[in-house]
Design a protein around this ligand. Structure first.
Ligand code: AKG
Length: 301
C-alpha cells in the first residue's frame, strides 16, 4: 500500500546535510581496482570475512541468537537492530580486523560503528525492502557511512540477495514515497529503474560487500525455500556528526582515535548475549531524549 506522503522530518525538519560522496582514501588492504570500483559504482564485492570452519561458527552463532529470541517470544527476523552493544558475538564481528582493514581503506584509520542490523529473510519471506538511499533519512552529517553487508548464508538471486543500482551514490537525494508502516523499511524510491539496471550482489556465506550510504539498494521478497541472512554494519569516521542526540548513543569506537568534538558515546564490549527487546528499550530512550531535545526523533530502520 502506498500512502504517497513524504516524511516531513526527512525534508522540512531534517537539518541541512552534506550528502555528497567522498572518495575512498586508501589501498593498504583493498586493491587500487577495488577502490576505483567503490568510488565509481558506489559498492564493491566480494571480500573474505569468515572462511572454512569460521563460517559454520558464524551461522551457528546467529542461529543461537534467533533461538534466544524465539524463547523470549520475539519472532521478527529483522528485529536485531543495534544489538552489537548488547551481544558479545555481534560486537566481535563488528570489531573483526579483516572487516576493519577494508573499512579503513574506505573511510580512514578512525572508525566508529554506530549501528548494525541482522537482515534475515526466512524461506518464503514475503517482505521486500524497496529501493532506498540510507543517508537520505539518516540525520548524520556529512554522509560518510559505509555499510558492510556480511553474508551469514549464501546469498544469490534465488533467495533475494541485496541488490543495488550502481552509480546512484553521486546523484544526491532522489525522490521517494512513504509506503506501508509494516514494511521492513517504509521508504521507497520513485522510479528506481530510471536510474539504471539493478545489480544483484551475490555472496557466499562469510563473504562481505561494502556500499556507500547514498547508493540506492533494496531486496525482493524471498521466493525460495532457502533462508537469506546477512549482518549489515554501519561504519563512519568519528568526525561525522549525528544531528539528533539519540543517534549518537549506540556507538563503538572500533579503531583509531575519537574526534576532538566527541560526537559519539561509546559502549564497551558487552558481557553476554542480551536479546531482550531492544526496540522497546530504544524507543524508551528516544522518548527520554525527546524530552531533552524537544524532538520526537526516529530510528528510521
Ligand atoms: O539485507 C537487505 O536485503 C537490505 C539491507 C539494507 O537495506 C541495508 O543494508 O541498508
Amino acid at each position: 500500500m502506498t500512502t504517497a506522503t513524504t516524511r516531513p522530518w526527512a525534508t522540512a525538519q531534517m537539518p541541512e546535510r552534506d550528502l555528497s560522496f567522498l572518495d575512498a582514501v586508501g589501498t593498504t588492504t583493498i586493491t587500487a581496482e577495488q577502490r576505483e570500483t567503490y568510488n565509481r559504482e558506489g559498492f564493491c564485492h566480494p571480500f573474505a570475512g569468515f572462511t572454512g570452519d569460521e563460517v559454520t561458527e558464524l551461522r551457528g552463532y546467529i542461529d543461537y541468537l534467533f533461538e534466544l529470541m524465539r524463547e523470549a517470544g520475539q519472532t521478527n527476523s529483522y528485529a536485531l537492530l543495534g544489538y552489537h552493544t548488547r551481544c558479545q558475538g555481534l560486537y566481535d564481528i563488528v570489531m573483526n580486523p579483516r572487516i576493519l582493514d577494508v573499512v579503513q581503506d574506505i573511510i580512514g584509520p578512525n572508525i566508529v560503528c554506530w549501528t548494525s542490523q541482522v537482515f534475515c529473510k526466512v524461506a518464503h519471506d514475503p517482505k521486500s525492502i524497496p529501493f532506498h538511499q540510507d543517508a537520505s533519512y539518516w540525520p548524520l552529517n556529512p554522509a560518510r557511512t559505509v555499510t558492510v553487508w556480511l553474508a551469514v548464508d549464501d546469498a544469490d538471486r534465488e533467495n533475494s540477495c541485496l541488490t543495488v543500482i550502481p552509480r546512484t551514490h553521486r546523484l544526491g537525494q532522489l525522490p521517494w514515497t512513504r509506503v506501508s508502516e509494516d514494511a521492513v523499511l517504509d521508504q521507497s524510491m520513485d522510479n528506481p529503474l530510471s536510474y539504471g539496471d539493478p545489480y544483484p550482489i551475490e555472496l557466499r556465506a562469510g563473504q562481505f560487500s561494502i556500499h556507500a550510504d547514498m547508493l540506492a539498494h533494496g531486496s525482493e521478497a524471498n521466493r525460495s525455500g532457502r533462508r537469506r541472512c546477512g549482518f549489515a554494519i554501519r561504519y563512519c569516521p568519528p568526525s561525522v556528526q549525528p544531528l539528533k542526540q539519540d543517534w549518537s548513543r549506540n556507538a563503538v569506537l572500533c579503531r583509531g582515535v575519537d574526534d576532538p568534538a566527541s560526537h559519539w558515546t561509546y559502549a564497551e564490549r558487552p558481557d553476554g548475549e542480551d536479546v531482550s527487546d531492544w526496540r522497546t528499550y530504544w524507543f524508551k530512550k528516544l522518548r527520554e531524549a525527546a524530552k531533552e531535545v524537544g524532538d520526537a526523533g526516529n530510528i528510521g530502520a
